[in-house]
Design a binder for this molecule. Structure first.
Ligand code: BG6
Length: 520
């Protein structure tokens, strides 16, 4: 078989015509669970990048809320996180004035008096920083505190904007961002939705999935709906199957107690992977308004046929080697049960029963401690119906099917694989790639997903956030698998070595249908 050659097709010159940037109204971002990793590693660096890009309002403040008494050290610690996040020098002239806008409030999330004090603090901040009563409450705590916080905010009148125009003459707003996991199964997600909806109106609620903030994820919609040539072949007549891989080489990073209650299905498949799937498969929305996009996503999730346990594979990593270094197995990780049944890998096959997709298998896999970090969507097309070309010995040439692969991360880009004639006398065919690479075309972007989503929430744009219906639709798909797995403990865990591509049973999922996972 001819070897794969990879000539590079230079991307077209890219005139980037930036959209007019909007800046949010003056506001305070209040982060519950601020002593956690997410605040220092992602949220504050993201907010600061917005500040650098002049996308934050001049009148702005951040309040970190957590139990620990961190008053004096909090802002300095956040500064450290911002610098460590990259792209920021300590001497950056905007940095210290930004850090001066960061405050800390220690309280227990289940103690009513803490909310009185927080309310007072926010009123003072309004006076000091001109934040006009606009608030964005970010729930970044462990999920068991979500309903307490929501209820207390409601009871203290903090979930509704103050009446009358704010000091800047505009209408006040209060919004809440709720981190994942949103529930741990269908029933708990519904119960949480009920509680949140009692306190906040749906348009005040921003259920975050940071994958939707990634440029490469949003670009799936642009690729499909801003180009005339792809959508025509984006269906069961031309597509053989679709693979979605969300592979991580990292382990659980010290998050034993959380991961023991989560596992790969809840942690990544129910949310990130389902979002990717919906962008690849949804019908074109009538507009890019939140309600239109959400409606199309929900339709696709609801059209997915119940996933049979026989079409699922779970795995757990044992000791192995990652990046040349020995690493421990999942059961040896800190605060993980030595006989844990938690899956660190999940693969499944599903079908979408609608006119566009009926009969096309979708194969999904996600896991920790895999051979490398790569999130990629592969659309594999059917082979040509008739092959004219013969190999050297007169037999039919072995032509590789066309592939469009969307590299969500790292090495962000899109590749189209097609067959080309190998120069020479014969009609030999070799697969070649046409490649679009984000960094080459647009320069490296530092955006981590949170920037875009924090900004959208401050602007009140819910297009890239999950809606109640969507969260329940994805849990409805995942919950029966969780139940089936819980009823049948696995005997062969760990069943893959760290640093490999997961359990062999996941290969069988495709092999029975004459297919193979694409080598990534
Ligand atoms: C988080 C999961 O939601 O996503 C983590 O809780 C996972 O376990 C992370 O590592 C992956 O995000 P990213 O952006 O690194 O692909």
């Amino acid at each position: 078989m001819p070897t794969t050659t990879e000539p590079h097709i230079t991307p077209a010159v890219t005139p980037v015509s930036p959209q007019p940037e909007r800046t949010p109204d003056p506001c305070v971002v209040v982060i519950f669970g601020a002593s956690g990793d997410l605040t220092k590693r992602k949220l504050l660096p993201a907010l600061y990048h917005l500040e650098q890009a002049n996308l934050l309002p001049k009148d702005f403040a951040v309040v970190g809320v957590a139990r620990r008494p961190l008053e004096d050290s909090f802002a300095a610690d956040m500064k450290e996180g911002i610098v460590a996040g990259g792209g920021v020098e300590e001497s950056d002239p905007k940095l210290d004035p930004f850090v001066d806008k960061i405050q800390y409030h220690a309280m227990n999330f289940d103690d009513a008096s803490g909310y009185d004090a927080l309310n007072k603090l926010l009123a003072e901040i309004d006076k000091q920083f001109g934040t006009c009563g606009n608030r964005l409450f970010y729930l970044a705590t462990a999920p068991e505190y979500f309903s307490d916080i929501i209820n207390f905010l409601g009871q203290h009148g903090m979930s509704k904007p103050c009446v009358g125009p704010s000091s800047d003459g505009k209408k006040n707003w209060v919004r809440t961002i709720i981190e994942k996991p949103f529930g741990h199964d269908l029933d708990s997600a519904k119960a949480l939705n009920d509680e949140v909806n009692k306190v906040f109106d749906e348009d005040q609620i921003f259920r975050i999935d940071h994958y939707l903030g990634k440029e490469t994820v949003q670009n799936i919609l642009v690729f499909r709906f801003a180009n005339g040539i792809f959508e025509n072949v984006w269906n069961r007549n031309y597509i053989d199957h679709v693979e979605i891989t969300a592979a991580e080489s990292i382990g659980i990073e010290g998050r034993g107690p959380f991961y023991e209650t989560a596992g790969a299905l809840r942690d990544v498949v129910q949310n990130h992977v389902m979002e990717l799937l919906s962008f690849v498969t949804m019908e074109p929305p009538v507009s890019f308004e939140a309600s239109a996009v959400r409606a199309e996503k929900v339709k696709v999730w609801r059209a997915i046929q119940p996933i049979h346990p026989a079409d699922t594979v779970r795995g757990q990593y044992g000791p192995g080697t990652v990046d040349g270094k020995p690493v421990i197995g999942y059961r040896q990780e800190d605060r993980v049960h030595p006989r844990s049944q938690t899956e660190t890998y999940a693969a499944l096959r599903l079908e979408i029963e609608n006119w566009r997709w009926a009969g096309v298998p979708f194969y999904i896999r996600a896991g920790k401690r895999l051979a490398k970090r790569v999130t990629e969507i592969t659309i594999q097309f059917k082979k040509p119906p008739l092959l004219l070309f013969k190999g050297k010995d007169g037999s039919k040439a072995d032509v590789q099917p066309n592939i469009i692969s969307m590299r969500i991360q790292p090495d962000e880009g899109i590749t189209l694989r097609f067959g080309a004639k190998v120069p020479g006398q014969g009609m030999n065919i070799s697969p070649v790639n046409m490649d679009f690479n984000y960094a080459e075309s647009f320069g490296k972007s530092s955006a981590n997903g949170y920037e875009r989503l924090l900004l959208d929430a401050m602007l009140g744009d819910g297009t890239l956030f999950a809606h109640r219906d969507g969260v329940e639709a994805t849990w409805a798909l995942i919950t029966p698998i969780l139940k089936a797995w819980a009823e049948k403990p696995v005997k062969d865990f760990p069943n893959y070595a760290a640093g490999t591509w997961g359990p062999t049973a996941a290969d069988a999922l495709l092999e029975v249908e004459g297919r193979k996972w694409r080598k990534l």
